[in-house]
Design a protein. Sequence first.
Length: 93
Amino acid sequence: MPQSINASTDFGSKVMDACKAGAKKARNVAALNTSTYGVASEVQWNLKVTQDYLDKKKNDIALPDTNHNVKNNWSQLIGGSSAPTIGNYVFDP
């Protein structure tokens, strides 16, 4: 499903539901936590998962990566996730 910038989604919930269903079928397996990038589109879902965990409604917890934006900027500056350039020229390392 296409996601607009900073739109909240239920994707994480669907993934965790699938993992829990697989764990139940496999037996002796549990989904303990989910790790997300911590970007704005995931904030509400991370908050709900954490609240549900603290209220003892769920056994899994959200572990957002608070350094995602720093890592993303670093990757773009180094050229890991965008085409590297020198001035107006694009080059391929």
